[in-house]
Design a protein around this ligand. Structure first.
Ligand code: 4AD
Ligand code: MG
Length: 430
């Protein structure tokens, strides 16, 4: 019977056939051990010469790395295997023989691996990271669906620039100018006025000339938006959502986390509530820590975020940034207009900002004034201002960067490993 590796527990003692690739092998004169993977999991195939005969044994011994096979055998429980089972091989059919697979068990440089990303994805480590990415996406849908949110899909081709005009991918839309979406937020605000609580999940684009471990040109964002939610309500959704995805990954990706060598003790403690640090206090704290390069009014850089995050064993909200350094749509603090009702959520262990969010301006005149200050074309934002003309309500939302979250939970150093085909500065291949 044909099955997959993740299903073998239901076939102990039975003969099964699995389509697989050969990861690695070891052999002696009498016995060969095949490390097999089929995408669903990993299993060792044991080929005993006296059992299968000369022909099949020779086939097994000469199998090359990444050759594809149909392997037939009896499923055995095996306590020593990290996956719990092994296959006592009875028959082996080679589907396709792989010659000179470029990624060998020896060490390769990053650029070489990135040039072979289409093959690198097959490796144990990349497999584990992609499974964790998938679990975060699955848990995201579960969280928002069970909490009364409706999934809404904003457009990718747009005429507006929510996060500032300097990082836009420009394209022609027939005779008009268009941009690839940097954020679906403005459309999600319209959707929240129709459906109450909404979330999106889709690709976003930033023509950022940044070459850091946290920056991609194309990345995926989860953007919830909630009508009638004020600043603090928004933070509660964020801390509950992030706690939920961390606990889901811990529960459903044990094998992957182990394969990655991830220290899970630091993830176990990630439970709401998360600490909140006012921007004023963040600046004071940084001065006390000896950061003389920053003054009130500056944006925080990666080293500043890391220094603050190191004081906590959970993600930390930095709230109330200066109005002058934030986008036009953020609601100023009614107590003092020089800061806005916003928060960035900073992940532990140096992974940096994983969420940016805020309460949005719901007063029409104030919004028009802010568009003007940011020199944004009122015509392009006419539809957006109209949301404030017909039953405007306080509302809030945020965007979680998927790849930074995947990198953090997987414990991989760089976001390039947290998306199947990363788009980076100077990299569009493969
Ligand atoms: O802070 P950002 O720019 O916020 C927005 O786009 C808001 N409109 C979201 C909203 O309120 N609906 O981006 C949100 C998150 C960041 O915290 C970060 O995790 C991720 O998106 N992000 C990036 N991830 C990878 N590469 C980049 N170049 C990123 N830029 C932002
Ligand atoms: Mg941000």
């Amino acid at each position: 019977m044909k099955t997959t590796i993740n299903q073998v527990s239901g076939h102990v003692g039975q003969e099964v056939t699995i389509g697989a690739w050969l990861g690695n092998k070891r052999s002696s004169g009498k016995i060969a051990f095949l490390q097999l993977r089929d995408g669903s999991g990993f299993i060792q195939g044991v080929v005993v010469k006296s059992d299968v005969g000369e022909d099949i044994f020779q086939k097994a011994k000469s199998l090359t790395q990444e050759s594809s096979v149909f392997v037939t055998g009896i499923v055995k429980e095996d306590e020593r295997s990290p996956f719990g089972y092994e296959l006592e091989v009875k028959d082996l059919k080679v589907i396709h023989e792989s010659v000179d697979y470029p990624i060998t068990p020896k060490e390769h440089g990053t650029e070489f691996l990135m040039d072979h990303r289409h093959l690198w994805l097959r490796s144990n480590r990349q497999h584990a990271v992609m499974k964790i990415r998938n679990e975060i996406i699955r848990a995201t849908y579960e969280f928002f669906n069970t909490n009364g949110f409706v999934k809404v899909d904003p457009p990718i081709l747009t005429g507006s620039a929510p996060e500032g005009t300097s990082e836009l991918f420009h394209t022609k839309y027939f005779d008009e100018d268009a941009y690839l979406s940097q954020s679906g937020q403005l459309y999600m605000e319209a959707a929240a006025m129709a459906l109450g609580k909404v979330f999106s999940f889709g690709p976003t684009f930033r023509a950022e000339k940044s070459k850091t471990r946290r920056h991609l040109i194309e990345f995926w964002m989860i953007e919830p938006e909630m009508a009638f939610y004020e600043f603090e309500d928004n933070l509660v959704v964020q801390e509950e959502y992030v706690s939920f995805i961390v606990q889901s990954v811990l529960k459903n990706c044990r094998l992957e986390l182990t394969r990655l060598g991830r220290d899970t003790s630091v993830l176990e403690t990630i439970k709401a509530p998360f600490p909140r640090v006012h921007y004023d206090d963040a600046i004071k704290f940084l001065h006390e820590k000896g950061f003389t390069d920053i003054k009130w009014g500056d944006d925080l850089g990666a080293p500043h975020e890391t220094a603050i995050a190191e004081s906590y064993d959970k993600p930390v909200f930095i709230t109330h940034y200066p109005t002058a350094i934030k986008p036009f749509y953020m609601q100023p603090d009614p107590e003092r207009e020089d800061v806005v009702l916003c928060a960035d959520l900073i992940a532990p262990e140096g992974y940096g900002e994983i969420i940016g969010g805020s309460e949005r301006i719901h007063d029409l005149d104030l919004l028009k004034q802010r568009l003007d200050q940011h020199q944004l074309d009122p015509e392009a934002y006419k539809w957006y201002t109209e949301l404030r003309q017909y039953g405007s309500v306080p509302h809030s939302g945020f965007g979680l960067g998927l790849e930074r979250t995947v990198a953090w939970l997987s414990g991989v150093e760089h976001v390039r490993e947290s998306i199947p085909f990363p788009r980076l500065l100077n990299r569009l291949y493969p």
